[in-house]
Design a protein around this ligand. Structure first.
Ligand code: C2E
Ligand code: MG
Ligand code: MG
Ligand code: MG
Length: 281
C-alpha cells in the first residue's frame, strides 16, 4: 500500500545517499594519498605576449595522475575544498611550481590560489617560506584569484593580498566576466592584471554583441591602468581581434596547451641564447 511504498522509497533514497557518501569518502582518501605520493602536480601553460607572440611565462594548472578514472581540476579542487585538504594540496602545488619555475630563465609564473588558502591567516608566511626554500624571485610570481574568494571574506583577503604584495607578488583577477565583473573588486583589492574568462572570448566569436562586451571590458581595464590577459584563445582570428582590442597577453590552445614540467618548452623551443625562438605560425 501507499505507506509501504513510501517506506520503500525512503530506504532506497537512504541507500543512494549512503553510496554517494561512501564514494565521496573513497575519493577523498584517494586524493589525500595522491597528494602524499606526488600524484598531484602542476602542468604549465604558456602565457604569450600579444604583440610579438613570444613566451612570457606559464600558468601552473593542477593535474591528478589517475589513469583509470580521470578527474578534472575543477572537480578535485572542489573536493579538496570541501574535505579540508585544500591547504595541503595548495601547498604542494605551490612548492612544486616554484621549484620548477626557479629553473627557468626569465619567465613569469602564475599560480591559482583557492579562497580557502588566501583566507588562512598562515598563508602569507607559508608563501614566504616556500619562496625562501625554492629561491624563486617573488617579483616574477602572480597569484590568480576569482572574485568569489574576495566577496566571501573581504577583510581577510585584503590583508593577505596586502602582505603578499609586500613580498613583490602580483595579483590577477581570474575568470573576469564570468561572475560579477565588479569594478569595485578590481580597484579595492589592487589587482595588477585581469584575466578575461574564456566564455567572453567564445561569445565575442559568436555575436557582435559579444565582441562589443570584450572591447568594453578591455576599455574598462585600461581606464584603471590594469593590463589584460585573454584566456581560452583557440583560433588565430580570436588572437588577432583580442590583440587589436588591447589585450597585452594571450593564453589558450592556439598559443600552447598545458604540458608537464619536462615538456614546458615543447611549443617554444629555446634558441642558443636560452630564449624561445619565434613561433612558426
Ligand atoms: P583557470 O585558472 O581559469 O584555468 C584556465 C583553464 O582553461 C584551464 O583548465 C586550462 O587548461 C583551460 N584552457 C586553457 N586554454 C584553453 C583553450 O584554449 N580552450 C579551452 N577549452 N580551455 C583552455 P583546467 O586546467 O581544467 O583548470 C580548470 C580550473 O581549475 C582553473 O581555471 C582553476 O580555476 C582551477 N585550478 C587549476 N589548477 C589549480 C590549482 O593549482 N589551484 C587552484 N586553487 N585551482 C586550480
Ligand atoms: Mg587561472
Ligand atoms: Mg581563468
Ligand atoms: Mg576558470
Amino acid at each position: 500500500d501507499a505507506k509501504e511504498n513510501g517506506k520503500e522509497r525512503v530506504v532506497i533514497y537512504d541507500r543512494a545517499l549512503g553510496d554517494a557518501k561512501a564514494a565521496e569518502y573513497r575519493l577523498e582518501r584517494d586524493l589525500r594519498n595522491a597528494i602524499e605520493t606526488g600524484d598531484v602536480f602542476p602542468f604549465f601553460q604558456p602565457l604569450v605576449d600579444a604583440q610579438t607572440r613570444t613566451l612570457v611565462g606559464f600558468e601552473a594548472l593542477a593535474r591528478w595522475n589517475r589513469p583509470h578514472d580521470p578527474i578534472t581540476p575543477d572537480r578535485f579542487i572542489a573536493l579538496a575544498e570541501r574535505s579540508g585538504l585544500m591547504d595541503m594540496l595548495g601547498a604542494t602545488l605551490l612548492e612544486q611550481s616554484l621549484e620548477e619555475a626557479a629553473k627557468w630563465k626569465d619567465y613569469l609564473l602564475s599560480v591559482n590560489i583557492s579562497p580557502l588558502q588566501l583566507c588562512n591567516p598562515r598563508f602569507p608566511l607559508q608563501v614566504e617560506n616556500l619562496i625562501a626554500k625554492t629561491g624563486f624571485d617573488p617579483h616574477k610570481l602572480t597569484m590568480e584569484v576569482t572574485e568569489g574568494a574576495l566577496i566571501a571574506n573581504p577583510e581577510q583577503a585584503r590583508s593577505a593580498i596586502h602582505a603578499l604584495k609586500k613580498l613583490g607578488i602580483r595579483f590577477a583577477l581570474d575568470d573576469f566576466g564570468s561572475g560579477y565583473a565588479s569594478i569595485g573588486v578590481l580597484r579595492q583589492f589592487g589587482f595588477d592584471r585581469i584575466k578575461i574568462d574564456r566564455s567572453l572570448v567564445v561569445a565575442a566569436d559568436e555575436t557582435e554583441n559579444g565582441a562589443a562586451v570584450i572591447q568594453a571590458t578591455i576599455a574598462l581595464a585600461r581606464a584603471l591602468d590594469v593590463p589584460v590577459t585573454a584566456e581560452g584563445v583557440e583560433r588565430q582570428e580570436q588572437a588577432d581581434f583580442l590583440t587589436l582590442s588591447g589585450c597585452d597577453q594571450l593564453q589558450g590552445f592556439l598559443l600552447g596547451r598545458p604540458a608537464s614540467a619536462s615538456q614546458v618548452f615543447r611549443d617554444f623551443p629555446l634558441g642558443t641564447d636560452g630564449k624561445p625562438m619565434a613561433r612558426a605560425s
